[in-house]
Design a protein around this ligand. Structure first.
Ligand SMILES: Cc1cc2nc3c(=O)[nH]c(=O)nc-3n(C[C@H](O)[C@H](O)[C@H](O)COP(=O)(O)OP(=O)(O)OC[C@H]3O[C@@H](n4cnc5c(N)ncnc54)[C@H](O)[C@@H]3O)c2cc1C
Ligand code: FES
Length: 280
């Protein structure tokens, strides 16, 4: 078992979890772990947010069964963790870098943003939350950036606006970035990609694919990059945004939507029973 050292609730649907693991010293910026709560839970990818000598921290946003199990029920530890996984982010001297996160995407971008800042890049940060529940870690994001701009799609916190609107606002009011990096949603990264193409900006994006084994065996995480099949688990999750076939990635992401909905409904019933038993 991988022991949980600390669990902290940030919003009703998001928690921070620190896990003890000596493999933490092997983690490079932008990598992720494949985590499984219980033996019968679905393994899912989570990005490293903070990394220490013998532990690391994840931000977990509940969106379906596996993430809800972790945010609601995880106490002592994870049954299984494969770490570190994926290719690190290419940390170089780009100059001025704009980070654009959607919801949980703020976690990998804080991790990558710190490394970019240490490499003498000037970091700017935009976070777009679906609503105020999807706004977290904003102080930390501001600390690493020259300017931090907060938007929510429903206007419940910060300025009202979606990712495209926020990016266009930035480009009209701040100096032109040498690189834009996005994470947290394929749909939002596709918006960033369209604006990047229009304005001639470099763009690196985290592609969300179903990652089941993280070792290249199941092929579930295939994505198309310049027409060639790549594995998001090993070659990614970071790709040149302008080379990614976003329509293909988005279509694959929603392929299991009915099954995911059924799994969540069944788990909600189980969770109500567990909570009633505990009296919470
Ligand atoms: C490289 C990478 C890093 C990520 N980092 C974080 C993070 O730091 N914090 C965080 O909260 N979330 C992160 N995610 C997203 C997280 O893995 C999904 O939200 C989670 O897998 C959803 O599982 P579920 O059962 O709760 O929801 P489901 O109802 O099963 O799915 C909800 C959504 O998540 C996607 N999804 C489902 N299963 C998987 C899977 N095995 N792999 C990838 N996507 C899946 C589905 O396409 C769907 O869009 C990351 C995803 C990737 C690909
Ligand atoms: S997750 Fe199985 S090959 Fe990438």
């Amino acid at each position: 078992m991988y022991r949980v050292l600390k669990k902290e609730r940030l919003t009703p649907s998001a928690v921070l979890i620190e896990v003890e693991d000596e493999r933490a010293k092997l983690v490079k910026p932008g990598q992720y772990a494949l985590v499984q709560f219980k033996e019968d839970s679905e393994p899912i990818p989570l990005s490293f947010l903070h990394v220490k000598e013998n532990s690391y921290t994840f931000l977990v946003e509940a969106v379906g069964r596996a993430t809800l199990e972790i945010t609601e029920l995880l106490e002592e530890g994870f049954n299984f963790i494969e770490a570190p996984c994926g290719s690190p982010f290419p940390v170089k001297e780009y100059g001025r870098v704009l980070l654009v996160s959607k919801n949980w995407g703020i976690a990998p971008l804080i991790n990558v943003g710190k490394a970019l800042k240490e490499k003498n890049n000037e970091v700017y940060f935009i976070h777009v939350g679906e609503n105020e529940e999807k706004v977290f870690l904003t102080e930390e994001a501001s600390e690493i950036s020259e300017e931090f701009l907060l938007f929510t799609e429903d206007g419940s916190l910060g300025e009202e606006g979606n990712t495209e609107w926020a990016l266009r606002f930035f480009l009209e009011n701040f100096p032109k970035p040498d690189l834009v990096v996005s994470a947290g949603s394929n749909i939002d990264s596709q918006m960033v990609c369209e604006v990047a193409k229009e304005k001639g900006l470099n763009h690196i994006a985290m592609v969300n694919a179903h990652i089941l084994d993280a070792n290249g065996l199941c092929l579930a995480c295939r994505v198309l990059v310049e027409g060639e099949e790549k594995l998001a688990c090993l070659d990614g999750p970071w790709f040149d945004g302008k080379k990614v076939n976003w329509d293909y990635a988005i279509q694959k992401e929603f392929f299991y939507r009915d099954e995911e909905k059924k799994a969540l409904e069944a788990f909600m019933k189980e969770l109500r029973r567990i909570k009633a038993k505990r009296g919470s």
